[in-house]
Unconditional design. Structure first.
Length: 297
């Protein structure tokens, strides 16, 4: 008898540890898709955990997910296991809120914020993007889809060798801050850049030739930058490079059929961004936000 009890406690302990490991994600899921459990009637609930109810439809989904991984016929024990998991999950969520994980654990807060972002985007009622929308966007943004045929580029190189992740990040931030502060690209390159060979010719080069200096990925990225643009740090083989496009010579736009998947992604991302901005504006409007006198106004 004692052995059976110990075995049962051990199983519970293991299951509790596993559930605890995903506590942050559980809280995020709850925040992202509120179940309105407190408003459920007794008829609509299969269980109540403190003041929260577990809906029968939620239980049915958990049960189906459980038996879908089994080869044997489902049993009453499977139903109990599915319900136990929901109850234990709810207990962990309630305990997480009770001990203030949302207030004190940055990783949980970020997980919740990310989950709410996905929730807001999922609620976007915008109709599907039509073929006419895609074509119009392509015609209105031809320059965006026209890579340069020839490029004149300068660069700032930062080697990753011999630097910790923190040191590398600090070096890149120093360069960003200097460029944003108004220092010329040449000045920042001389002060903070590191040597890299071969030297770039100070003239327009065909893309095929530029690949010899930058590699295909950086050349592709640079070919879509407007003249006078400075990229952020771009990952290269042994470090990072900031690219300054001194001049470019436009080439031919890529055909619509080739770009269609990319255009669809761009348009969907823009729709998602607008939906999220509208949602955040709604949250700000309903919130009571007070700033300290010395806070940015």
């Amino acid at each position: 008898m004692q052995s059976t009890q110990n075995s049962r406690y051990e199983k519970r302990a293991k299951r509790g540890l596993l559930l605890g490991a995903v506590l942050g994600l559980v809280i995020a899921a709850i925040a992202a898709a509120p179940r309105q459990q407190s408003a459920l009637s007794t008829d609509g609930a299969i269980a109540r955990v403190n003041q929260s109810h577990i809906d029968r439809t939620e239980f049915a989904s958990a049960y189906q997910a459980l038996i879908s991984d089994k080869n044997k016929a489902p049993t009453e024990a499977d139903k109990k296991m599915a319900l136990d998991r929901l109850i234990e999950e709810e207990l962990l969520v309630q305990r997480g809120l009770e001990i203030g994980l949302l207030d004190g654990d940055n990783s949980v807060r970020k997980a919740v914020a990310s989950a709410v972002i996905q929730f807001a985007i999922a609620q976007n009622p915008a109709p599907p993007i039509s073929e006419a929308d895609l074509t119009t966007y392509y015609q209105d943004n031809l320059a965006r889809f026209t890579p340069a045929s020839r490029l004149h580029i300068e660069r700032i190189y930062v080697s990753a060798a011999g630097k910790s992740a923190a040191q590398l990040a600090a070096k890149l931030d120093d360069i960003r801050n200097a460029l944003r502060g108004g220092d010329s690209f040449a000045e920042v390159a001389a002060r903070l850049g590191e040597p890299i060979l071969p030297d770039l010719p100070k003239t327009l080069l065909p893309r095929a030739k530029m690949i010899d200096y930058l590699g295909p990925e950086l050349t592709e990225a640079a070919s879509y930058l407007a003249a006078g643009s400075i990229s952020d740090a771009l990952k290269s083989r042994n470090g990072y490079q900031f690219i300054y496009v001194v001049a470019n010579q436009p080439g031919q736009p890529r055909p619509f059929a080739e770009l269609r998947p990319q255009i669809a992604k761009v348009m969907q991302r823009q729709r998602d961004d607008r939906a999220l901005r509208d949602y955040i504006n709604w949250l700000r409007a309903r919130a009571d936000i007070n700033l300290a006198t010395d806070a940015p106004q």
